[in-house]
Design a protein around this ligand. Structure first.
Ligand code: SF4
Length: 370
């Protein structure tokens, strides 16, 4: 597991901080990496007006989501100077591994005053480091960068990515239903179908440990995505043994509510595929962008959609939150989002998380989060 190597060593190798911080731009990062469209909230008409949200709006301005990409880390360093000594590390590692953060994550979850920033759990969770590469890949990358030839650098990045095969056990072939027309669906447990909606194949921020990173690097050969709901519904109709749908990604909650509704709205009708009893949505938006459920322009609609699937469709709706640290659910914004999901959408929030070295491999962290 190459990601498990990520945090085995944390001390920067000698000489790194003397490097010039400029890193050649990787054109693919600018042209191919999918980004969710910024959500704009304009004017009072666009603001949600539910009772809990009215209280929320009394106390905080609405914000719009704008992804912080690798190209924007210099700006982050201007605002949070503790990042400056690590820019070379982040920029070079970020050419191989996808990097993205949200303003909420950067400003409210990372402890920029930490004695050692690289030990801060939330810095480590999202900011890539060259320590994620083995020595030979790291040397290849640093040498290609030092040569200054953009073509050579791109080829090197591609070679390293190919070596880090994201589907090492043939998952693309072995876990998928054997139907050419049905892409982006995995059916490996008889009662559960995993759906990867095409519009949800990104996240509000990217985790450094993510084993689905191939979804984010703009390589269609590696990508696994479900393009339209009807073929999924036809498949489910023929498979009455399926009781659970797990919508996953990426993060389905990056989708606008109208896109999510293509998959969920039919389940507000109890006679539609009645053998589907449980709908689970895997999302890290509570951690990365809790505003998805409170102040985004279609946050009311998503809460209402989940409520209708639960109440009108009679399905069990669960938000699989993947919480790994108590800090994620301690901010006022996260608490407000949890409140809406539970009290207005009547959704169950469940969580599971990997144990991540230096992030939550500590019994006290788990005692707090549970
Ligand atoms: S939220 Fe999940 S899919 Fe997205 S980067 Fe993190 S681990 Fe990967």
């Amino acid at each position: 597991m190459f990601r498990q190597k990520a945090h085995e060593a944390h001390d920067e190798k000698p000489g790194h901080e003397e490097h010039t911080i400029t890193v050649l731009a990787d054109p693919r990062l600018e042209t191919k990496q999918p980004e969710p469209k910024p959500i704009s909230i304009s004017g009072a008409d666009a603001l949600p007006d539910g009772p809990n949200v009215a209280v929320l709006l009394d106390h905080q301005p609405t914000e719009r989501y704008k992804a912080i990409s690798l190209q924007a880390v210099d700006k982050v360093a201007e605002k949070h100077p503790a990042l400056k000594p690590h820019l070379y590390d982040v920029k070079l590692a970020g050419m191989v591994f996808p990097f993205k953060a949200s303003p909420y994550y950067v400003d409210e979850l990372i402890d920029w005053d930490a004695e050692d920033l690289r030990q801060d759990p939330f810095y480590r969770l999202v900011f890539p480091t060259l320590d994620m590469l083995d020595d030979s890949h790291r040397t290849m990358l640093e040498e290609a960068h030092a040569e200054g030839d953009p073509k050579k650098l791109i080829q090197t990045v591609e070679q390293i990515r190919a070596d880090l095969n994201p589907h090492p056990a043939g998952q693309k072939l072995l876990n998928a239903p054997k139907e050419d027309t049905l892409t982006g669906v995995q059916h490996k447990y008889s009662e559960t179908v995993l759906v990867f909606p095409a519009a949800g194949q990104t996240c509000h921020a990217y985790c450094t440990y993510c084993f689905r990173w191939a979804q984010f690097i703009g390589d269609d050969e590696l990508r696994f995505a479900q393009k339209e709901a009807n073929s999924l519904f036809e498949y489910l109709e023929r498979h009455e043994e399926v009781s659970d749908i797990l919508m996953t990604g990426g993060d389905p909650m990056v989708m606008k509510t109208r896109s999510l509704a293509q998959y969920l709205e039919p389940f507000t009708n109890p006679s539609f595929l009645p053998h589907i009893k449980n709908i689970r949505i895997g999302t890290r938006s509570l951690s990365f962008w809790p505003q998805r459920f409170t102040t985004d322009s279609d946050s009311d609609e998503v809460i209402e959609l989940l409520r209708r699937v639960r109440e009108e469709g009679g399905r069990h709706v669960a938000i699989m939150a993947h919480l790994g640290h108590v800090r994620e659910i301690s901010t006022p914004k996260a608490k407000q989002a949890i409140d809406r999901l539970q009290k207005e959408a009547f959704a169950t929030i469940r969580s599971q998380s990997p144990v991540m070295r230096g992030i939550n491999d500590d019994a006290e962290v788990w005692a707090e989060v549970s």
